[in-house]
Design a protein around this ligand. Structure first.
Ligand code: ASP
Ligand code: MG
Length: 434
């Protein structure tokens, strides 16, 4: 009988330099006899650096773009030299080919669609890291096959947020992965990237490698998926913002999806659905202390939860009102949502009054401006920006009170299990200089 597959995902922080990559090899040693699909992100902050390349290129600064790409190439080479006593020739060749292909792309005139160019450039990060990590595992006696995730994950052509074509992806995973797992116990592939039917690269959204791992888990009917993080598991709040956070040992898929959707950064929100749909358990574990248990995400077992807090920054509150004082009726809401869909606004909260409709959205690029322009003929809008959305699951009065302190609350919504508020800092009053 074929062995069950496990899927592991390692993020950028766990691959940030040569010693981090060596550490990943050590974490994997005890699993040498298991069938593993390993999904990796770009190393460290490479994706941010590549975003700068794409940005410079598209804004007519090809020299700056080339220079930034050159810097990434140099730091990549430095990591490779530190990692290998003798750098495998095929590795050098693959890495050079990858950089050359982007260099050539930078010589062309930019495409009409920024998001298209972005994906062709930014996807480089995962391609590089996957080649390096696979070569390292092979060098330390963990035979590993390299797989191009784009041969498996098929998407539509929504660049920067590719929508997965599930039947095609499942068919390819089923056809391509098991033969590789027969050759080597480990198959290593990229997170974050997919492929359109015209053979162009797409990305699945920032931090999307978790989602890629869930896609592989779903398609391969994995036994379990593990995400290796720089935190001990899922915490009750972000430790960079809050004190006194504690680790949650068990979490239901529902709790996980509710918290990640509203900004709990520990897992990409799209990760949960494919896992839940096939009852595949998820472990969120620490790569710093791999012997610890982490958090186990699974079906609801009637657990009781402590208050859990997620904070999503960069929110815009759009107040929309009719120009002719008519009620905001169903046909208006329909029209508004058509434009919300075309501008790809993510609505996090909404509330209406007789003649106004208020939505809280993620303030990304120029989407809010485009939306306001589209509805300008029939609606007046005012926009409040730089807001925070605070979501508290299993809220208690004292937690709500402590989070309100020092904040102006612009909008609040309460359900039995969830309280949300959109806030900004209380402006500090200063006496005018006389
Ligand atoms: N490298 C991509 C990013 O930084 C994907 C990921 O890390 O999950 O967004
Ligand atoms: Mg990442």
């Amino acid at each position: 009988m074929q062995k069950k597959v496990n899927v592991f995902k390692f993020g950028g922080a766990s691959l940030k330099d040569a010693s981090a990559i060596r550490h990943v090899g050590e974490i994997l040693q005890p699993f040498a006899g298991d069938s593993l699909v390993i999904v990796v992100s770009a190393m460290g902050k490479t994706t941010n650096a590549l975003e700068e390349v794409a940005h410079a290129y598209w804004h007519g600064k090809p020299d700056e773009a080339r220079q930034k790409l050159h810097d990434i190439h140099q730091s990549t080479t430095a990591i490779i030299q530190e990692l290998f006593a003798e750098v495998p020739e095929e590795l050098t060749a693959s890495i050079n080919d990858l950089f050359v292909s982007v260099e050539w792309a930078l010589d062309e005139t930019p495409n009409e669609e920024y998001d298209f160019d972005y994906d062709q450039i930014v996807s480089l990060g995962e391609l590089i890291s996957s080649h390096i990590v696979a070569a390292h595992l092979n060098a330390v006696g963990l035979p590993t096959s390299w797989l191009d995730a784009r041969d498996v994950i098929q998407t539509d052509n929504t660049y920067r947020e590719g929508w997965v074509k599930w039947p095609e992806t499942e068919e390819r995973a089923d056809r391509l992965v098991p033969p590789l797992l027969k050759e080597t116990n480990f198959v290593l592939t990229q997170g974050f990237i997919g492929n359109t039917s015209e053979n162009y690269t797409t990305t699945l959204g920032r931090e999307g490698s978790d989602y890629s791992a869930a896609i592989f888990s779903y398609c391969l009917n994995a036994e379990a998926m593990s995400i290796w993080k720089d935190v001990p598991g899922v915490l009750t709040a972000d430790p960079r913002i809050f004190e006194n956070v504690s680790k949650i040992d068990r979490l239901s898929y529902r709790e996980a999806i509710e918290m990640t959707y509203y900004g709990a950064k520990v897992i990409h929100p799209k990760t949960i659905k494919p896992l839940q749909n096939k009852s595949i358990p998820l472990y969120v574990r620490s790569f710093i202390e791999p012997e610890l248990e982490g958090t186990f995400v699974t079906d609801d077992a009637g657990d009781a939860y402590p208050p859990m807090v997620a904070v999503e920054p960069d929110q815009a509150l759009i107040n929309i009102s009719t120009r002719d004082f008519s009620f905001v009726a169903e046909h208006h809401i329909k029209e508004l949502f058509e434009h919300i869909t075309t501008t790809r606004l993510q609505v996090n909260m909404m509330q209406n009054t007789a003649i106004s409709f208020n939505v809280v959205v993620n303030d990304i690029d120029d989407r809010v401006e485009r939306f306001c322009t589209l509805i300008d003929e029939n609606f007046k809008t005012t926009v409040d920006r730089n807001l925070e959305l605070i979501t508290i699951r299993h809220y208690t009065p004292d937690v709500v009170e402590s989070l309100r302190r020092g904040k102006v609350n612009l909008l609040e919504g309460r359900l039995p299990l969830t309280l949300q508020m959109v806030v900004k800092d209380v402006p500090v009053m200063r006496r005018k200089e006389s």
